[in-house]
Design a protein around this ligand. Structure first.
Ligand code: MTE
Length: 346
C-alpha cells in the first residue's frame, strides 16, 4: 500500500491491485480524517438512533446482528481520488489513482432501523457520527445524507466486508454504507444516527465535500451558496496494466483495468493507442453488480516498436462519458478524466 498520511492513516492501493473484482481487505484503501478510535470494545459498543423519530432506540452489536442482513457489492471511492492529477495542483491528500476499491458489504438495512424508530414527517436528513478521536480543535467528522437515500433498500449499517467482520481501519464494529456515493458518506465506527429536519451543518458538509454549481477557474472566489454537496460518484476508468512507463515486447499486449459509475452502470469502455484518434471497444468482465466496478480487458497488437500512449474511456447508463480534460475545482474532487499510461514497445 502507498502511505499518503501517517498521522491519520491514509493508505492508497497501487492500481496494479485492481485485478480482482472484489478487493482483498488488506489491499483496500483507507481514508481517515482523524485518529482511529483506540478502544473498540464490541460488547460495550452501542448505536443510538434519535432525533426526528417517534421512539429513539439504542442497539447493541448482538441486537444489530439479529436484524435481517443484506449484502451489496459496492465500489467505494474517495471524492479526492486522483487529486494529485489536477492542474494547477490543489491542497489536500495527494491521492494518485488508488483511493478506490470494491467489496461486498453486509449488514442490516439502515431503513429497517429507521422504521423501528419511526421517522417523523419532519425527518428530512440522516446524520452519522463515528467514534474517531478528534485531535485538538479540529471539527468532528459528522455528515448527513438525505432521507430518501437513507431509506433506500441498499443503504446499510454494514458490519461485514467480504464476509468477515469489519477491520478497525474500515470502521469496526459498524459503518454506514451509502452505495454509489462518495466514500465520505459512509461513516465508519458508527456511534450515533440522528434524523434531522435539515442537512447537518458542519465542516464536512460545508465547506468540505462541496462542488461548484458552475465551472470555476483557479483563483475564482466561490461562494458557499454557489456550491452543492457531493453525492454520487462520476463515471471513471483506470488502467491497471500495463504499468505507466512499462517496456513491452512486441506481440499481443493485454491492456486491463476497472471502470465504475457510482449509481449508474458501465455500458462500455473504449481504448485508444493513437492519442485518441481512434477508439476500440474493450471486453467487459463477467462479474457485475449495480454499484460495483466492471473489470475490463483489451487485446492490443502494437503494429511496430515505439512509444505509445494508451488511453481508456468509460461510458455509463446515464450517457456520461469520461472527459478528455479533468473538471478543475478548488478541492480537486471527482477527478475522472480519461486515464492513460505511456509504454514503450521494444
Ligand atoms: N468515517 C469516519 N468516522 N471518519 C472518517 O475519517 N472517512 C470517510 C469515510 N468514513 C471517514 C469516515 C472517507 S473520506 C472515506 S473515502 C471513506 O470513509 C473511506 O473508507 P475506508 O477507509 O474504509 O476505505
Amino acid at each position: 500500500m502507498i502511505l499518503r498520511s501517517f498521522r491519520f492513516v491514509d493508505l492508497e492501493s497501487p492500481v496494479e491491485y485492481f485485478n480482482s473484482w472484489l478487493t482483498p481487505v488488506p489491499h483496500f484503501f483507507v481514508r481517515n480524517h482523524m485518529h482511529e478510535p483506540s478502544e473498540l470494545d464490541a460488547s460495550g459498543w452501542r448505536l443510538s438512533l434519535g432525533g426526528e423519530v417517534e421512539k429513539p432506540l439504542t442497539l447493541s452489536l448482538a441486537e444489530l446482528s439479529k436484524m435481517e442482513t443484506h449484502s451489496i457489492v459496492n465500489t467505494l471511492e474517495c471524492a479526492g481520488n486522483g487529486r494529485s492529477l489536477q492542474r494547477p495542483q490543489v491542497p489536500g491528500i495527494q491521492w494518485g489513482k488508488g483511493a478506490v476499491g470494491t467489496a461486498r458489504f453486509s449488514g442490516p438495512r439502515l431503513r429497517d432501523a429507521l422504521r423501528r424508530a419511526g421517522v417523523k414527517p419532519t425527518g428530512k436528513h440522516v446524520m452519522f457520527r463515528g467514534l474517531d478521536e478528534v485531535p485538538g480543535k479540529v471539527p468532528p467528522f459528522i455528515r448527513s445524507i438525505p432521507i430518501e437515500k437513507a431509506l433506500d433498500a441498499d443503504t446499510l449499517i454494514a458490519t461485514h466486508m467480504n464476509g468477515s467482520p469489519l477491520t478497525r481501519h474500515h470502521g469496526f464494529p459498524a459503518r454506514a454504507l451509502v452505495p454509489g456515493w462518495i466514500g465520505a458518506a459512509s461513516c465508519k465506527w458508527l456511534a450515533e444516527i440522528k434524523v434531522l429536519d435539515a442537512e447537518f451543518v458542519g465542516n464536512f458538509m460545508s465547506p468540505g465535500y462541496r462542488f461548484p454549481n458552475q465551472p470555476v477557474k483557479p483563483g475564482d472566489a466561490v461562494k458557499p451558496e454557489d456550491t452543492h454537496p457531493l453525492t454520487a460518484l462520476s463515471v471513471k476508468s483506470v488502467i491497471s496494466g500495463p504499468s505507466d512507463d512499462a517496456t513491452l515486447k512486441a506481440g499481443k499486449v493485454v491492456v486491463h483495468g476497472a471502470a465504475w459509475a457510482g449509481e449508474a452502470d458501465i455500458v462500455k469502455v473504449e481504448i485508444s493507442a493513437d492519442g485518441g484518434a481512434t477508439w476500440d471497444i474493450a471486453k467487459l468482465g463477467h462479474d457485475q453488480a449495480h454499484y460495483a466496478w466492471r473489470l475490463w480487458s483489451y487485446d492490443w497488437k502494437p503494429a511496430k516498436a515505439g512509444d505509445y500512449t494508451i488511453q481508456s474511456r468509460a461510458t455509463d447508463s446515464q450517457g456520461r462519458t469520461q472527459p478528455a480534460t479533468p473538471v478543475w475545482n478548488p478541492s480537486g474532487y471527482l477527478y475522472n478524466a480519461i486515464d492513460q499510461v505511456n509504454v514503450h514497445v521494444s
